[in-house]
Design a protein around this ligand. Structure first.
Ligand code: PLP
Length: 421
């Protein structure tokens, strides 16, 4: 399609957008009395309007039923998390028994590494991308030290090539080959938080498995953003948070995936708690742990229901719309944003550069050559919520659920005014 950088064209696109009505199902902050242009759905998704009701329902049940709410509320609390597994499994391409919701992301990565990073004298190395998200780096380093190993020897980072802004799959595969039978675990971010790159998870997973390693994915920036087929790809495990593209509220609960081949095992190393034990026997208070037959075996505590409620509300929206429709709009709105950026870049003198490679989801990371922090301040003052990463990168993530084409056009105009100021 031939794009045009005009308001009327952007409005035409909005009219044809099958998801346009969903914008109205979210709360937008306001700046200068107007809904903001929200580009930080990759950091904290907007609040769906229906979420409050889900939380209120729990509050009412608690007030009216108290402890009886565990079993007798409309959505009983004792297995509340199980309702999330079915819709969430569709989002990540898994079967419901491979998915559960618990704790928060970094905590879950630690718990999953307890099960899937079990170094031996020979096989002890972890392969990750260079400059991984800081929490992931701390997790990996502290796990390595926990096993009494040396980070310099045990952690292998795949670097970007000189002068390039992205990782090449062939370089990752080559590193996997090089490390070979010393490789214990591959653990990479499925979508990189900085440049927005989508990793070739299928190919990398296959290579890691062929090398005899376990393969896990941090899907913080992937879930609700790109098409995932975790089961078919054969990943051993994955974890993600729910507050980015999944719109479930600040710091909210994390989802995990454990491949079917690891379920129903008693001998797997795992930190265990009473919510992971067989449901029927949970209240028999027996001294031996009998694992749930699904990913719930990794559950430790009884579910934080007040946190699960917003996740359930959000999953209802994903269930209604489906990933396919979201991805279709995502590709189109990101292309339009890219077009608008290129138009503006041609009109102004100081240039900027999109560092996100073609393998992308919702995010475009833009490296500003001339401008600095003042431009970021100008955007924020004019109701454009973006985020800033050192040294000079703004990340733009137009979440397809609630961003409009008109937003992209208006953003371009505000950006241009900021550069020309
Ligand atoms: C957002 C993000 C996290 C955040 O972890 P929390 O435990 O939820 O604070 C971790 N890893 C990656 C790659 C992220 O993008």
């Amino acid at each position: 399609m031939e794009f045009k950088n005009t308001l009327s064209f952007a409005r035409e696109l909005d009219k044809e957008d099958a998801l346009h009505a969903y914008r109205d199902k979210f709360h937008f902050p306001k700046v200068n009395g107007r809904d903001v242009i929200y580009f930080t759905g990759n950091s904290l998704g907007l609040q769906p309007k229906r979420t409050k009701q889900f939380v209120d329902d729990v509050m009412v049940d608690w007030a009216e039923l108290a402890v009886e709410g565990h079993f007798y509320s409309e959505k009983p609390w004792w297995d509340y998390h199980e309702q999330l597994a079915v819709p969430l499994a569709k989002v990540v391409g898994a079967s419901p028994n491979e998915v559960t919701v618990m704790n928060t992301l970094s905590v879950n990565l630690h718990l999953l590494m307890v099960s899937f990073y079990t170094p031996t004298q020979k096989r002890f190395k972890i392969l990750c991308e260079e400059k991984a998200f800081p929490s992931d780096q701390y997790i990996i380093q502290s796990q390595v030290r926990f096993h009494g190993l040396n980070c310099d020897e045990a952690i292998v980072e795949v670097k970007k090539r000189e002068g390039e802004h992205f990782w090449r799959t062939e370089d990752i595969l080559q590193k996997i080959g090089e490390v070979g039978d010393e490789l214990a675990l591959v653990l990479i971010g499925g979508v990189n938080y900085y440049n927005g790159q989508v990793m070739d998870m299928e190919t990398i997973t296959k290579a890691g498995k062929e090398a005899g390693a376990n393969v896990g994915w941090d899907l913080a920036h992937a879930v609700g953003n790109i098409a995932l087929q975790l089961h078919d790809w054969g990943a051993d495990f994955a974890a993600w948070c729910s507050y980015k593209y999944m719109n479930s509220g600040p710091g909210n609960a994390s989802g995990i995936f454990v491949h079917e081949r690891h379920l129903n095992k008693k001998d797997i190393p795992r930190f265990e708690g009473w919510w992971g034990t067989k449901k029927k026997e949970r209240f028999l208070m027996k001294p031996t742990f009998e694992p749930m037959e699904n990913a719930d075996a990794w559950q430790i505590s009884n579910p934080p229901v007040l946190a699960m409620a917003p996740y359930l509300a959000s999953l209802e929206l994903f269930e209604e719309v489906g990933m396919q429709a979201l991805i279709k709009k995502r590709d189109s709105i990101v292309s339009y944003l890219e077009f608008v950026l290129k138009e503006i870049d041609a009109e102004v003198e100081s240039s900027f550069e999109i560092i996100t490679p073609k393998a992308r989801g919702c995010q475009l990371s833009v490296f500003l050559h001339g401008e600095g922090r003042e431009l970021f301040d100008h955007l924020m003052e004019n109701g454009v919520i973006v985020d800033w990463r050192e040294p000079n990168v703004i990340r733009l993530a137009p979440a397809p659920f609630y961003c409009s084409y008109e937003d992209m056009y208006r953003f371009g105009q505000i950006l241009k005014a900021g550069i020309l100021k």
